[in-house]
Design a protein around this ligand. Structure first.
Ligand code: ADP
Ligand code: MG
Length: 724
């Protein structure tokens, strides 16, 4: 029984323990905690919703855009920040919902565990009841056995036998109890973990709440700023409106005043208008009658004009007839004049005193002119006055155009098939190149001549076809070179034409066809470049060489097929200064000798031609030989003697003028040229060289002039005087 008592006690204590455990497990605290958290969560959610709605409201309130305002920038920044914050809020919300889900899962699991615990407890209770029932049964059996004393021992024995059975059942239930306790401990562990998780989620919630509060404060600040800005803008706007209004009022006042002035003006104008209207009406009446008057007047005027025109017409016809006659006469006179002037003319051109002449007595002027005779020039040489008479003298005042005017007729005769030579003679620095080439702004004879040829040829273009070609050559130390060729160093030879015409030609001499001033400028430029690349000191070189520009004009009469060729030779001669025999040696002396030789040969040839000598020494120099066909026959030659006016050059000037006069004075041969023709005969001593070694009166050493019938054999000359 003691044992049974003990077992009873143990059972009771175990039941108590189970009860305690149950109360402990009851989770009322945990449940409370969870509920609290859930309530808290709900509150936070509501708060968030409120924030969101507030945000939406803020966004919905239209903010007046104020362009250019610095606040708009700031507010844009704030808006950006806001959207960022919203994003963060959304993120946090997601996290929160995750946590909520977790909490929910945990609660579910807790409920499950509780259920299981309840089941266990119920089982235990049943077991206990069964055991207590059996205990009661045993008690009853014991009592009944006590009543039956003899068999007590037996009963005890059965009790003793049954007692081990109960013991076994107890131990089983103890083991189960143990197991349940373990399970409870495990559940407790799980609960603890859950609690921890809950705590961390609580912390997170706190953090989120703090963040939300921060964002809210920021939002509030931005909102406040925006409101302030809007207010200031509103103030600005009101101020501007007020100012504009004040200004408009002032202007209105001025306009009102103006209007009043205009009104008074209008009042004064009205009477004037009235008189004007009267005048206008009167004029209108007059105008209405005007066309009739006008028609009348027009008719009479027309008749008068018609009559006048008729008179003028007849007058014009008469004048035209007279003009044509005069033109013919003028042409005749011109031809006569050229004839009278002779085929060889010598003119002088005195250049102005230049800076290069220096100062002092050396640069004093030594040249004077005759005011009544433009062919006379006076020179004061070493105190003695000397006078010369030439065909014409140009003073320093003469322009390039004046000089050209003088040679113009010569140049145009080239178109008619005459050969022409124009020489510039004189000491270095006397103006030869200036006269022939001129400057870029003020060109000389060369360019002007070509220009004239172009325009003349153009004028005749309806009846004639012309081609103009140019060549440029140089003679230095009796060597002929092509200035337009690819090999300017190459020596050129002068040959007789193989066609038996007796004309000369230079094989390999470059010819360029030219059609306009641009072309000739290009040709000149090319020739000049050739010369400058060949010689380092061009000035010095050009003063010691003869430069030739040869223009050939070939024409064909379209109706008759008649052909003419005229050659214009423009020669810038080497400097005529004499080199003192003592000062010069070597190459300089050779140069001087060559120049001397060729210039005196030229003088001799011209003199021989002008005096109509039978022998013309063309072959004495390259220059005269080359120009042979342009110097003889019907050719025309002009020598421009260039003169420096200054004192220090007087001896060279004297020499040049003497040369000029010598060349000119031979002209005065007896009788007119035409008469000469008749006196020629085959028996007369004919002296001329290779081309005419078998003398034939018709042999011609020059190109044919157009007037074929009037030309005479140019290469044959009667020897009138002994050659100089
Ligand atoms: P040359 O060719 O005879 O050696 P230039 O023609 O070179 O002489 O003339 C020498 C200088 O005198 C040049 O500077 C030139 O411009 C100038 N000159 C020559 N004649 C005249 C003139 N009629 N008017 C103005 N300057 C001239
Ligand atoms: Mg020169």
């Amino acid at each position: 029984t003691v044992k049974v008592e003990n077992l009873k006690e143990k059972l009771i204590s175990q039941a108590q323990e189970v009860c305690r455990l149950r109360s402990e497990l009851g989770g009322t605290d945990l449940e409370k905690h969870r509920d609290l958290l859930m309530v808290e969560n709900e509150r936070l959610r509501q708060e968030m919703r409120r924030c969101e709605s507030e945000l939406q409201e803020l966004r919905a309130t239209p903010v007046a855009p104020c362009p250019g305002c610095e606040h708009s920038q700031e507010s844009a920044q704030l808006r950006d920040k806001l959207s960022q914050l919203q994003l963060e809020v959304a993120e946090n919300k997601g996290m929160l919902s995750e946590l909520n889900l977790e909490v929910q899962q945990k609660t579910d699991r807790l409920a499950e565990v509780e259920l299981r615990l309840k089941d266990c407890l119920a089982e235990k209770a049943q077991e206990e009841e069964r055991l207590s029932r059996r205990l009661r049964d045993s008690h009853e059996t014991i009592a009944s056995l006590r009543a039956l004393s003899p068999p007590v021992k037996y009963v005890i024995k059965t009790v003793e036998v049954e007692s081990p059975k109960t013991k076994q059942a107890l131990s089983e239930s103890q083991a189960r109890n143990q197991h349940l306790q373990e399970q409870v401990a495990m559940q407790r562990q799980v609960l603890k973990e859950m609690e921890q998780q809950l705590q961390s989620s609580h912390q997170l919630t706190m953090q989120l709440r703090a963040q939300i509060a921060m964002y809210e404060s920021e939002l509030e600040r931005a909102h406040g700023q925006m409101l302030e800005e809007m207010q200031s803008l509103e103030e600005d706007k009101n101020r501007a409106i007020e100012e504009a209004f004040a200004r408009a009022q002032v202007e209105m006042k001025a306009v009102h005043e103006n209007l009043a002035g205009v009104r008074t003006n209008l009042l004064t104008l009205q009477p004037a208008l009235r008189t004007l209207t009267n005048d206008y009406n009167g004029l209108k009446r007059q105008v209405r009658s005007f066309p009739l008057l006008l028609q009348e007047a027009l008719r009479s005027v027309k008749a008068e004009i018609g009559q006048a025109i008729e008179e003028v017409n007849s007058n014009n016809q008469e004048l035209l007839r007279k003009y044509r006659r005069e033109l013919q006469l003028r042409k005749k006179c011109h031809n006569e004049l050229v004839r009278l002037k002779g085929n060889i003319r010598v003119i002088a051109r005195v250049r102005p005193i230049t800076k290069e002449d220096g100062e002092g007595p050396e640069a004093a002027n030594a040249v004077t002119f005759d005011p009544d005779d433009d062919a006379i020039i006076h020179l004061l040489h070493k105190g003695k006055p000397v006078s010369f008479e030439l065909d014409k003298v140009f003073s320093p005042r003469a322009s390039q155009q004046d000089v050209f005017q003088e040679v113009q007729a010569l140049i145009t005769s080239c178109i008619d098939g005459f050969n022409v030579c124009i020489f510039a003679y004189g000491q270095t620095g006397a103006g030869k190149t200036y006269t022939m080439e001129g400057t870029h702004e003020n060109p000389g004879i060369n360019q002007r001549a070509l220009q004239l040829l172009f325009s003349e040829v153009q004028e005749k273009a309806s009846d004639w076809e012309y081609t103009i070609t140019v060549s440029a050559a140089e003679i230095y130390n009796e060597v002929l070179r092509d200035l337009l060729g690819k090999e300017p160093q190459e020596k050129l030879e002068i040959r007789l034409c193989p066609d038996g015409s007796g004309q000369l030609y230079v094989p390999g001499l470059t010819e360029f066809q030219v059609q306009c001033v641009d072309d000739i400028n290009k040709v000149f430029e090319f020739g000049h470049t050739n010369r400058t690349t060949e010689f380092t000191n061009l000035n010095e070189h050009s003063s010691r060489s003869h430069a030739l520009l040869i223009v050939t004009v070939r024409g064909m009469d379209c109706s008759t097929g008649l052909r003419t060729t005229g050659k214009l030779n423009l020669v810038d001669l080497a400097g005529s200064e004499r080199v003192g025999k003592s000062g010069a040696e070597g190459s300089r002396l050779r140069e001087a000798q060559h120049i001397n030789k060729s210039l005196s040969a030229l003088g001799d040839v011209i003199a021989a031609l002008r005096s109509r000598q039978g022998h013309v020494p063309f072959r004495n120099s390259k220059l005269t030989y080359l120009l042979q066909d342009s110097l003889s026959g019907d050719s025309k030659t002009l020598m421009v003697v260039q003169v420096s006016p200054v004192e220090k050059n007087t001896s060279e000037t004297l020499y040049s003028l003497k040369f000029a006069e010598r060349v000119r004075s031979v002209e005065l041969g007896p009788g007119p040229r035409r008469a000469e023709l008749g006196s020629w005969s085959s028996q007369e001593h004919l002296e001329w060289e290779p081309a005419c070694q078998t003398p034939q009166p018709s042999a011609r050493a020059h190109s044919a002039p157009s007037s074929g019938t009037t030309s005479r054999p140019g290469s044959i000359r009667r020897k009138l005087q002994p050659s100089a």
